[in-house]
Design a protein around this ligand. Structure first.
Ligand SMILES: Cc1cc2nc3c(=O)[nH]c(=O)nc-3n(C[C@H](O)[C@H](O)[C@H](O)COP(=O)(O)OP(=O)(O)OC[C@H]3O[C@@H](n4cnc5c(N)ncnc54)[C@H](O)[C@@H]3O)c2cc1C
Length: 480
């Protein structure tokens, strides 16, 4: 009998794993259970959908769409019997597995405030995690004038910017004294707040929300300093929590996430966990690049392609997806003990801020906000762990001082083959060139062949630049 693989969760990790298994062929039955009623979609692009820059069809994930897998949308796994190796579902089925993969993702945190403590959220109060959340936000925003966003982290700001772009008056309430405190420092966050103000988003910092009152006519958010803010819509963006309930109830080892080893195996060798729900080496990532890398490892191990495949985390680079705000943050720009060299540049009037940390001759952290010509170079140096140029000013001021920018669209010929173009899918310039040489002749064909650009989409211009360059030079010679 063929091997039975059951994947719980049809989100970005589960759908990718189904696609990876399907691509490797073999005699294996794959069943995917997904609570959400939709086909798998690109959750990352919900911010862009909210901003009205793309439509719903654009967020659908192409890769599985039911091909070669038994996809059960709208079905929730309710219990795992590890002794019998079965999964029970809410439609009364019991599915046998030889290997089970948990890809249950995370859930939006609803803060424990009076007014939000009922079994259902009140009208006009919506978290921002799923496609249905996005639809609800857009439906309420339709007749709205004022919006409050609770939470000034990355997602809260993407939601705020997107709704402001629709012409709404948006205010962000954040309990910490500065925005995006996990990625930024106070000076950078102050510049960001200024940029947001120019785009129609006001910020209320260092103030906690104490209660919510909402009905069909509007929302009131009470603050700890005695003020009350009124709006037509309240978007909750207060962080996420890995969805580990199913794993914990089955007796698997769980801390913040489901504990996994380098091959993504849980405390039961027949059960793996990937994506937001997994905790590897003390870390739950909440990002798509690691989720997709983990899906690949599980596919390699399960199909026998590489039974010794191991997940090796790469340092994440965070980019804000919001029109009019260019922000990249990576590593630890402050330095844990202030060790190393620090480079800073600030031009708040123009919304520009840069802070870079160099330890030895390596870049160990950076914040780049606004117009920073060397952003591509900085990301590549951080990502590849390469030595920084001896003329440090080049890192702040870019090509004006002659450093080779790694922005692929600008000068692809000068990029090293190893330079990562797509961070989400870990696709290098070399892989794009190889794909081109194997016959892909359009941007869409190269994207389909390598998956570059199918995550957050921020490298699409770079991929197009490389394809354009190849079409000009490849008949003669490709410079390495
Ligand atoms: C608006 C937004 C923007 C983002 N932007 C970025 C970004 O720019 N870059 C980045 O790296 N990351 C970003 N993220 C985070 C990224 O989307 C997640 O890291 C990624 O979706 C994780 O994939 P996952 O499959 O682990 O979880 P999910 O995508 O959350 O999928 C989990 C799925 O499992 C289902 N499920 C749960 N329990 C069960 C069960 N018992 N039975 C059946 N199904 C179940 C859930 O319903 C869900 O559909 C963003 C997230 C949001 C919400």
């Amino acid at each position: 009998m063929s091997e039975q693989v059951v994947i719980v969760g049809n989100g970005m990790a589960g759908a990718r794993l189904a696609g990876e298994l399907h691509a490797r062929g073999g005699d294996r039955k794959v069943t995917v259970l997904g609570t959400e009623p939709h086909r798998a979609y690109n959750r990352i692009m919900l911010s862009t959908l909210l901003a009205g820059k793309i439509g719903e069809p654009d967020v659908e994930l192409a890769e599985v769409a039911g091909q070669g897998v038994d996809l059960r949308s709208g079905v929730t796994a309710t219990a795992i019997d590890r002794a019998a190796r079965t999964v029970a579902t809410d439609d009364g089925d019991r599915i046998a597995y030889d290997h089970l993969v948990l890809a249950t993702g995370s859930r939006a945190v609803v803060p424990p405030l009076p007014g939000l403590d009922g079994p259902e959220l009140p009208p006009r109060v919506v978290p921002f995690r799923t496609l249905d959340d996005c639809r609800r936000i857009l439906a309420v925003a339709e007749g709205a004038r004022r919006v409050l966003v609770l939470g000034g982290g990355l997602l809260g700001l993407e939601a705020a910017r997107g709704l402001a772009a629709r012409g709404l008056e948006v205010a962000v309430v954040h309990p910490v004294p500065y925005l995006m405190e996990r990625q930024l420092d106070p000076a950078g966050a102050a510049v960001l707040a200024g940029t947001l103000a120019g785009l129609g988003v006001t910020t209320h910092l260092a103030v906690a929300a104490t209660a919510v009152a909402a009905d069909a006519d509007g929302v009131r958010l009470d603050l700890a300093d005695g003020r009350s803010l009124h709006a037509d819509l309240l978007v909750l963006s207060c962080g996420v929590r890995p969805d580990t309930a199913l794993a914990a109830a089955a007796g698997l080892a769980v801390e913040r996430g489901v504990l996994v080893d380098d091959r993504m195996r849980t405390s039961d060798r027949r059960v793996s966990a990937i994506g937001d729900c997994a905790q590897h080496d003390g870390t739950v990532t909440g990002l798509v690049a690691p989720a997709w890398a983990q899906a690949r490892v599980v596919a390699q191990v399960l199909t026998g392609e590489d039974p010794l495949a191991r997940y090796r985390p790469r340092p994440p680079v965070t980019r804000l997806k919001a029109t009019g705000i260019d922000l990249a943050a990576m590593g630890d720009p402050g330095g844990t003990d202030g060790a190393g060299e620090e480079l800073t540049f600030a031009d708040p009037a123009r919304g520009t801020y840069a802070r870079l940390r160099i330890t030895g001759d390596r870049l160990t952290g950076a914040i780049l906000l606004g117009d920073n010509p060397a952003v591509g170079t900085v990301i590549q140096l951080f990502d590849r762990g390469q030595p920084v140029p001896s003329d440090r000013r080049a890192l702040l001021l870019g090509r004006a001082l002659g450093v080779t920018p790694a922005e692929p669209a600008a000068t692809p010929a000068l990029m090293p083959d190893a330079a990562t173009v797509c961070q989400c899918n870990n696709v290098s310039k070399g892989a794009l060139v190889t794909c081109w040489r194997s016959g892909a002749r359009t941007v869409d064909a190269v994207v389909a062949g390598t998956r570059a650009g199918t995550g957050c989409g921020s490298c699409r211009d770079a991929v197009a630049g490389i394809v354009g360059w190849l079409s000009e030079v490849d008949s003669v010679e490709v410079t390495r």
